[in-house]
Design a protein around this ligand. Sequence first.
Ligand code: FNR
Length: 388
Amino acid sequence: MSNFGNQVQFQVYQTMQHPDPNRLPVVYEEWEKKARDVLEDGPYYYIAGGAGGGKTMEANLNAFDQWNIMPRMLRNVEDRDLTVELFGKTYNYPILHAPIGVQSIIHEEGDLGSARACAEMGIPFTVSSASTVPMEKIAEKMGDAPRWFQLYWSKDPDVTVSFLQRAEKSGYSAIVVTLDTPMLAWREYDLKNVYLPFLLGEGLGNYLTDPAFRSKLEKPPEEDPTSAIMQWTQIFGNPRLTWDDITFLREHTNLPILLKGVLHPDDAKLAMEHGIDGIIVSNHGGRQVDGSISALEALPQIVDTVQEKMPVMMDSGIRRGSDVLKAIALGATAVLVGRPCMYGLAVAGGKGVQEVLTNLLADMDLTMALAGKKSVAEIDRSMLRKTM
Ligand code: FNR
């Protein structure tokens, strides 16, 4: 669509005589508030909470205010192009759905609702290792629609290899390896609420159906779920990993490998030295290291280090169209959207996710046009000024 934002806008305004009384929110903060209303404390804070005192979450949002857009005029922005290229494929928009585990605690449609929303829009859905629905079932629902798989690198190498093989077999086109979660951080609200969804058996769909995981259980999880969950707690994260282990992944998949959670330019350098295909600059939405550098702050230095040798993407703090624009201007090829999708899911299932993503893209498209750019490819650092 060449003027996506105008069309979405028009669809809304043309209902002016009879606006739908049950309309879903437009204002981002209202999604968050509605999600708060429909969710219990445990699930709500599992989404909204972060590590420690929440400083990184704050920093992620504040970082966008450190940059201002300098709009340009008279540039013929009538027909616009939001497509981006990643690993030889063209995608409709410069956004992906971030990997988010345990979506079953948010809405009964869970992973499948989000997958449907993304498939309808042609937005790549990144399926988490911690999805409640196994990756094959999600793949089946998505048909030919683009999807990536996020790997939590397990302590058990057989499970890791099995996940990679399953992802490749079921049509995932890239592997996102999340590096920032070798263990869960100190999350004050989850501890306060005594809430860890995995212990309820949520978010284990890929593990409980995995032949390598199952082969090490005395009894199948259907007969003895508690032992299976305990086994999962033993193998989930792997704090022993080092850069030398990257070759192990390369040996077991032909798909492009992206590292998610890179924040230091020296780690970006190491990623290049180890033959990695892409980087996702992220601090996991402030859920791992309290007091960390924000993802947007980390982005330009990493982009400069990588020198266009591979795509650099980012997440952590994307809420509105101007955020997407600023991240792309600072060198991101595309961005991943996390919590906003989950608030959409909580409020209205897959339909909510689609509404959130549609609104975000419409906002982004209009802001891009009004700033004087007619394609994602044209967006560059010269359109931004750092605030004093
Ligand atoms: C996440 N994130 C995440 N990342 C990942 O690699 N695997 C996962 O399973 C999850 N699970 C997950 C659950 C929930 C509830 C949240 C909020 C986040 C992190 C996610 O991919 C992304 O990095 C953040 O959501 C980005 O921050 P914002 O923009 O959502 O604040």
